[in-house]
Write a protein that binds this ligand. Sequence first.
Ligand SMILES: CCc1ccc([C@H](C)CC(=O)N[C@@H]2O[C@H](CO)[C@@H](O)[C@H](O)[C@H]2O)cc1
Length: 818
Amino acid sequence: MFGLMDGFLKNDPVSLQKDILDHVEYTVARSRFNFDDFEAYQALSHSVRDRLIERWHDTQQYFKRKDPKRLYFLSLEFLMGRSLSNSVINLGIRDQCADALNQLGFEFEVVAEQEGDAALGNGGLARLSACQMDSLATLDFPAIGYGLRYQYGLFRQVILDGFQHEQPDYWLNFGNPWEIERVHVSYAVKFYGTVEEEFLNGEKCKVWVPGEMVEAVAYDNPIPGYGTRNTINLRLWAAKPSGQYDMESYNTGDYINEVINRQRAETISTVLYPDDRSYQGKELRLKQQYFFVSASLQDIIRRFKEAHNNFDDFPEKVALQLNDTHPSLAIAEVMRVLVDEERLGWNRAWDIVCTIFSFTTHTVLPEGLEKIPVDLLGSLLPRHLQIIYEINSIFMDELKKRIGLDYNRLSRMSIVEEGAIKNIRMANLSLVCCHTVNGVSRVHSELLKTRVFKDFYELWPQKFQYKTNGVTQRRWIVVSNPSLCALISKWLGTEAWIRDADLLTGLREYAADAILQQEWKMVRKVNKMRLAEYIEAMSGVKVSADAMFDVQIKRIHEYKRQLLNLLGIIHRYDCIKNMEKSNRRKVVPRVCIIGGKAAPGYEIAKKIIKLCHAVAEKINNDSDVGDLLKLVFFPDYNVSVAELVIPGSDLSQHISTAGHEASGTGSMKLLMNGCLLLATADGSTVEIIEEIGEDNMFLFGAKLHEVSALRDKGPATKVPLQFARVVRMVREGYFGFKDYFKSLCDTLEGGGDFYLLGNDFGSYLEAQAAADKAFVDEEKWTQMSILCTASSGRFSSDRTIEEYAEKTWGIEPCKCPF
Ligand SMILES: CCc1ccc([C@H](C)CC(=O)N[C@@H]2O[C@H](CO)[C@@H](O)[C@H](O)[C@H]2O)cc1
């Protein structure tokens, strides 16, 4: 087992014990003879942090010496969750830590629960970034992640009387042992001001005279690989008042205001924008985007210049990944630095920029593409607006040569959107500049080629690729489901699958093996009982671990159709109520679990959460139905809740209207844990079907190519009676709040139903009935469950990263030898 000896720090339980007690005394400053679970967590975390720092130093030193081409992953969101368990597992010292704690009278699991989530992101995109950092480290790639160190992460969801309330997530309240403040790594970031023309050695050049300066200070978060010494860096920027003092105001004795003004600077990195739908074109959001882009690029160019003095080498040493359009101001920023500061000349600068940038979009809907009002950009970043105009006019000229004067197409492709409000289309800027553009599943990329970016695909087909998302099996099996992890290793006779998920296919031959089935069922039962305990503690609802645990856990969105799930539950309840008592023994008991946050301003999504509670209130207190059906809403769904729910899930729902989910990654985590999927053929589910076969999952609903025709049919679409009935039950107040739910019902009837819930309701109920039928055949179900895990290897983020490294970034592993 690796990890016995780290650098200077030893990893045997006695050494760990000593380090923990030293940190209790000297870091946490509590008596080593009297400290509680939280202080034990702090002390252990600092002991693990020390070991991360050793590996981090060795890795960075080695990268410095080898000077490989590096990947710089720019993302405004990283949903890291907890770090303790993941770190000790990737360092290979979990058991030693548990032993050390035990000897001090503490339980590892209890201590690990003390940690709060680092929730610096909204949902899919943010968690994907975190999974990809784990794979980049494990595969020894020389990479750095850059982002923002929000003081407030994604809001805490508090449910009062069934309504979502948002509470600030001040996650740094008790400090954060997993970050290292780098006071010496800081850069000034400029805003506002004007652009002057000056002559420098006879040449005209542009000089940006800023109106405001803010300091960006680095906080480093070591990211350990699994089974390797490589530990890479996630560098997050925090805004601090800049050092420059406005002496003027001091003279006037207006000191207080001066301090308050300077304090304002810090607001830039204060809070994460919690709305993962569209862009509100808010100035603070734009300031956040430019702040982290400018600091990151200053850091990247400083590192490059330490070893190079010719920018022609830049593309050989630097690959810049734009995680959606949020960081795409980086394109204009590199141009500004290379043209205005490094004086490289426009064309040479543009050639470099077009060689270093690649772009991933995570959005399907054109209206989800980011646009920045020209006025806003012009006042905050006047030089960047000039540069984007220049990029666009050159592009438009080239385009006219290529496609002639097709004004509709020219205006569709223009980076500048004319109209009442002129906007900059950040996706178009990214498409014009980046050498590679990809969607996050095969279906998604087809939609980009045929719809969203059709014009650009026809112009530059070679730029378009797809990289189907993945998730890390380290966090989503080894950390969150240790008993399943041990069982898999036992039957495969190796732990190599933890670094090579394709080896999971080795389970296929044992899928019908009675002994494995027995052990598999046992592992799942224990995880379900743990989940049942949590449900009772959290909601007071007693659930039976023998029931089918049916889960839908993801952000609340109309296109993800949590409402379809709820209408299905109402139908199931209604059927049970109207069923002969004698027939009830044929009913498959269900515990329905729904979890997810709604963007604070997203009213319809909030009504869906309320309806879920109203329906639960009715069903869970109906002794007539008893254990046959329970509905539980999991409040404050986050990474840690997912780690608890996923191992105990029998069936999971991924029921978005076809053509709306770019990929989906929750499905992959559940698949890895042997949970069966009830799904539409959307996003990455299409590739999951190919891996595990239609007969190992429950499919339903309109196919992608059918959706637009069905929409055009509108009110003519025939909806099953059951659908009209359950909608009427809600509309007529069967669950109360009649007026409050009216607008929700209106989205489904009278020609509405944009997401085709009515059209898909029939096949949805059939799929649910098929799941019931399969569940009672334990052998069959367990076989299907084993095959899900066995076929999940392709959906490891290791495969995703290897594809990016080879086909987009052109980077090679750089494994730290010692
Ligand atoms: C605040 C604005 C904003 C807007 C969109 C977003 C993200 C792009 C939304 C998102 O998370 N998209 C999801 O990305 C996942 C990872 O690729 C996919 O699996 C999901 O299908 C997609 O919805 C974040 C923030």
